[in-house]
Structure formats: C-alpha cells, structure tokens
Design a protein around this ligand. Structure first.
Ligand code: COI
Length: 356
C-alpha cells in the first residue's frame, strides 16, 4: 500500500470552545486528505495537507455534469480516550458502489481506511466530547478533467474533510415534523437514487424549501413511479413501528442503503423485535397513524443518528405520532447506537474500529 505523506499546518486554527453549539457542517479542522487519480498512475500521491481552498479550472467536469460521490461517517472519542470509527467498512463499500454507478474509478479499500484513520489521527484534538457531538468525516471524489463534453472524466481527486458537529437538526433529539411530498420525486429505480451523490440532494431542494416554509424539518419522498410507496427522508432512512413490528421500506434501487439503517435493523432483530423490509404505502401510513396502530416513527442517518418523527403531513392532513414524544424503541436504538459509537456498549463484531 502507498504511504500517506503528512504535511502539518504551521498555522493551526482556534478550536471551537465548549459552549460552541457546533452547528452541523460549519467548522472545519486543520487538515484534509487528498489523493489524485489519472489513467497512467491510478490513485496516487495520498497525502494529508493543511485544510485549504482547491484550485480548479472552471471547466472541470464536476461543475457541469455533477460527476461526484460523497460519503459521511463519524469519529468519536471514547471515555478512555480511544478514537473510534463506526462501521467504516460499510461506508467504504457503499462509496465504491456509488463510484461504480457514477463511472468513477474505485478506491482501494485499504488505502481508503488508512486515509480515514490518518487524517482523523492528525486532527484528533478536534474531536468534540460533549454529549451529542462527534467529528463528522466527509470523504468525496470529484471529476477534474477540464472538458465540456459528456463522458466520464479521466482524472479525479479524492478528498476527506473533517468537521466537529452537534445535532443535525436544530431540535436536537426532539421529534421532527416531516412533510410527505406529493409534487416532486427524488429518484426512480434505474436512476442514481441508491448512489450517494450530490445530484440526489439538489433534486430535493425545491421541496425542502417548500416544506421548510411550512414549518417542516424535512421531506419524506414517495416512489417516483406510483407516487404511492414510502422511500426515504431528505437526510435519513425512515422506520415505522406498527403494532409491535418495525417496518422500513425495502432497498429497491432508488433508496440510499444507510449504515445507520442497517445497524437499527440488526439491533431490532437481535432484540427479538420483528422487522419487515417491504413496500409500505402512504395509505398504510395514514391509516395506521390515524388508528393509533403506528406507535413510533423515526429516521436514521449518520448525520441525524436516530431522529424521532413527531408529526407527518400529507396534503392537508397532519398526523401526530407518539404524542410528539420520542418513542421507547426509538430511544433504545438511539442509546444503543450512540453507546456503541462512544465505546460504552460492546457492539456486534467489527462495528467499532479504533484509530491508533
Ligand atoms: C449523512 O448522514 O452523513 C448524510 O450524508 C446526510 C447528509 C446529506 C447531511
């Protein structure tokens, strides 16, 4: 494996103080990881360098056709000082699945993991330790050929930046209100919905703005063909607890395969709670919310962790869930996942990876 060169900053920035709210995605650490790709050398020159602006030609393909992949994961400092990554292998695997869909060359898994560990170790002092905080890790690849024709780029940059973060939602762990979108769609099977790429998120903005204006935190998407089946929320996968069974939309090609989604499913199964990954229609959601059979609803995501949903709105109908309180199972999943992430609870084999 290629050695990662490290160039440390000579001008370290001031770190956020203990009472800084760490608004998601606003503060960046002192260093970043960069690696280049060209057809002759493959992925080469892996390095950690001071965090700095990129110098790119305005003709770079990423600016025009959006050939890019991104990921999101977090590093935590355990009570005993160990630095832990949560299931980084799942993010690496998904990154390369996205890369294949987006015609981006795959990144060797060993270099990817080493890059994550190295840059996190260099900026370890930036990992916040207050409850509900973590160091968010954002790996991404951009297409850098200066070319305006439509084809896959021949050159790329793989970059990892780090950001100390608090809760994703302003409301923290309080229930969020979610708008079920009936006008726009996010993705269709065969498209890029299951890849983690900017295009899926720009597609969500118009309805997110609409939902925000109405006082809703995020949008819940319906499938793009029938406009009937539940898919996912803007930055989370979605779960319902209906009559004691946990139901979440099956991965159907247009839904993002979330790492926290997979973790929540595995935990529920370990606890003996029935889990169904299947199609769930908006009609079933409305019916069970109205009848009270829907006991809980929550979203899962790296940024959002586990987020209770207190109200769903579809057209003019507002459906309160769990009396706008966090449900018992939602809380248990949140406590367990964050406990594992912080090294306080022993998780399944391989879920915690120490950065040494
Ligand atoms: C994450 O949860 O890491 C995500 O990528 C969601 C994001 C768009 C904030």
């Amino acid at each position: 494996m290629q050695t990662i060169r490290i160039e440390r900053t000579t001008a370290p920035k001031e770190k956020p103080g203990q009472d800084n709210p760490l608004v998601f995605g606003t503060i960046f650490t002192d260093h970043m990881f960069v690696m280049d790709y060209d057809e002759e050398n493959g992925w080469h020159d892996p390095r950690v360098i001071p965090y700095q602006p990129l110098v790119l030609e305005p003709s770079c393909m990423v600016f025009h056709y959006g050939q890019e992949m991104f990921e999101g994961l977090k590093a935590y400092k355990a009570d005993d000082g160990r630095i832990l990554l949560f299931r980084p292998d799942k993010n690496i695997e998904r990154a390369n699945r996205s890369n294949r869909r987006l015609c981006i060359p795959e990144i060797p898994e060993d270099i990817f993991l080493e890059a994550l560990k190295t840059v996190v170790k260099v900026d370890a002092d930036w990992i916040p330790t207050r409850p509900g905080t973590a160091l968010y890790i954002r790996p991404f690849v951009i297409a850098t050929d200066p070319f305006l024709g439509v084809r896959p780029s021949h050159t790329y940059k793989f970059i990892i930046i780090l950001s100390p973060v608090g809760a994703y939602y302003e409301s923290g762990l309080d229930p969020v209100k979610i708008w079920i979108e009936d006008e726009y769609v996010r993705a269709v099977k065969g498209g890029i919905g299951e890849a983690k790429t900017g295009g899926n998120y720009v597609a969500s903005l118009a309805s997110q703005v609409k939902a925000h204006d109405e006082g809703y935190a995020q949008v819940l998407w319906l499938d793009g063909v029938h406009r009937k089946y539940i898919e996912e929320v803007g930055a989370m996968n979605i779960f319902f607890k209906i009559n004691g069974t946990v139901v979440t939309p099956a991965l159907n090609g247009s839904i993002l395969p979330g790492v926290t989604r997979d973790s929540a499913i595995q935990l529920c199964k370990m606890w003996g709670i029935p889990v169904e990954e299947r199609q769930i229609s908006v009609d079933e959601v409305i019916k069970t919310a109205e009848s009270g059979e829907m006991e809980e609803c929550f979203g899962t995501g790296t940024a959002a962790v586990v987020s209770p949903v207190g109200e769903l709105r579809f057209e003019n109908e507002k459906m309160p869930i769990s009396n706008n309180h966090i449900g018992e199972l939602t809380q248990r999943i949140y406590d367990t996942i964050t406990g594992i992430q912080l090294g306080r609870i022993e998780g399944p084999e391989g879920w915690s990876v120490e950065v040494k």
